[in-house]
Ligand binder design. Structure first.
Ligand SMILES: Cc1cc2nc3c(=O)[nH]c(=O)nc-3n(C[C@H](O)[C@H](O)[C@H](O)COP(=O)(O)OP(=O)(O)OC[C@H]3O[C@@H](n4cnc5c(N)ncnc54)[C@H](O)[C@@H]3O)c2cc1C
Length: 395
């Protein structure tokens, strides 16, 4: 038998996008139900983003979820770019972005904060929801169905939010003749290692070398996250911890390599690099947000931050709808969100093209990479453009 309930906003996906929107709306008295396919433990075990723009941090504050982020997150006023020929140069974010900065705070931690806040407020987050399906999306009474054990449930909604990531069901519910997908696949991936070690540098180091790209990042002062560019044919099993550390040391400045503290990996994974955008981000009463609609390569840390701007636009539009009776924000949502999404795509593409070693790259293209970097290091205007994008364009 099907059990039917009702809510105002049905949200598919209990990742950062879905949870943040649900928390923000609840604080405005708007009802939500979040349906998440996985268990909470599974969601919290995923190691992903770590660099937050101010816009994201402000939304966490507005959602009353920022207490731990303010205490444990680290404010970074700059980062380094290292090139084997040109050396190591600091990008002074503070100076070049008009006093802006970023916060280093892991996605796992902020997701935990959001879950706890939802729990405290009695928010409804249904885990292990199987076979979630959105229905009647172009009608005024769309609904969701899902299975939990033997029972089938139905939730009647005013609006449905597809915040179910790249592999979710929401985007696939939009007819193929309406949805346009843009994709760019890069011919390499990033092998990432998380280790309980002190980070080699107080600020991130992005490294461009003949052997390929590397990134020294972190989640805290006792948790380091390092990446190296690897061919798509590589596997995690093929990389022992020792082999990873040896390769990383060859791609970073010699003085950093000499003081790098290594340790056993507590997580190791390969992520292929891909750019993707789906347009439009609205179909009837279904609204896509975050990775469900767009993804970027991790270079430049735009993924989670692009999700945040979608949530901001949706949140404002839904509040406008319920509190002021205006549907203008909802009508403009797709165009507004996509305008910013494409700027983040451009920035991620630019940083990826600048810093990676492409297989069989013509000498001409490699020289252009050299010159792009030389220009960046010598121009205040180029540094300002980088800093403005890295710290986050306005919502
Ligand atoms: C390996 C990896 C590394 C990354 N590193 C970075 C980084 O360094 N910097 C950065 O900015 N970004 C990074 N990202 C991107 C960043 O993690 C994402 O942009 C962010 O998670 C987007 O949040 P989201 O809530 O939109 O999607 P997700 O986090 O993907 O959440 C979607 C949720 O929906 C659930 N779901 C899926 N299908 C269904 C369904 N059918 N029914 C119900 N629930 C469903 C999923 O289980 C998931 O919990 C990385 C991503 C990956 C995969």
């Amino acid at each position: 038998m099907t059990q039917t309930t009702k809510t105002q906003v049905g949200i598919i996906g209990g990742g950062p996008s879905g949870l943040l929107l649900s928390q923000l709306l609840h604080l405005q008295g708007i009802e939500t139900v979040v349906l998440e396919r996985q268990s909470r433990k599974y969601v919290l075990a995923r190691v992903r983003a770590g660099v937050l723009e101010h816009g994201f941090a402000n939304l966490m504050r507005e959602a009353r979820c920022s207490e731990r982020m303010e205490k444990e997150g680290e404010i970074h006023h700059g980062f380094y770019i290292y090139d084997q020929q040109a050396g190591k140069q600091r990008v002074d974010l503070h100076k070049y972005s008009g006093d802006n900065s970023v916060i280093v705070y892991g996605q796992t931690e902020l997701t935990r904060d959001l879950y706890e806040a939802r729990e405290k407020m009695g928010g409804i987050v249904i885990h292990n929801a199987e076979d979630v399906k959105p229905h009647d999306l172009t009608s005024v009474s769309p609904f969701l169905t899902y299975r939990k054990g033997e029972d089938v449930h139905r939730i009647d909604c005013d609006f449905i939010i597809g915040a179910d990531g790249f592999h979710g069901v929401s985007r696939k519910s939009i007819p193929k003749d309406i949805l346009k997908e843009y994709e760019k696949l890069y011919p390499f991936g990033w092998l990432g290692v998380l280790s309980r070690t002190k980070p080699v540098s107080p600020e991130l180091i992005y490294a461009r070398t003949e052997r390929g790209f590397a990134l020294c990042s972190m989640r805290s002062q006792v948790l380091s996250r390092y990446y190296i560019q690897v061919p798509l044919s590589d596997t995690e099993e093929g990389w022992s911890d020792d082999a990873f550390w040896d390769e990383l040391k060859q791609r970073i400045p010699a003085d950093d390599a000499a003081r790098l503290i290594t340790g056993p990996s507590i997580e190791k994974s390969i992520a292929p690099l891909r750019s993707f955008v789906a347009e439009p981000m609205r179909y009837g009463n279904l609204f896509l947000a975050g990775d469900a609609a767009h993804i970027v390569p991790p270079t430049g840390a735009r993924g989670l931050n692009s999700a945040a701007s979608d949530i901001y636009y949706l949140y404002s539009a839904l509040v406008e709808h319920y509190k002021k009776g205006s549907s203008k924000g909802l009508e403009n949502y797709s165009a507004r969100a996509l305008a910013r999404v494409w700027k983040a795509q451009r920035f991620s593409w630019w940083m990826t093209m600048l810093l990676h070693r492409f297989p069989e790259m013509p000498g001409y293209d490699r020289r252009l990479q050299d010159i792009e970097l030389a220009y960046l290091f010598s121009s205040d205007a180029a540094m300002s453009a980088l800093a403005e994008n890295y710290t986050g364009l306005p919502f």
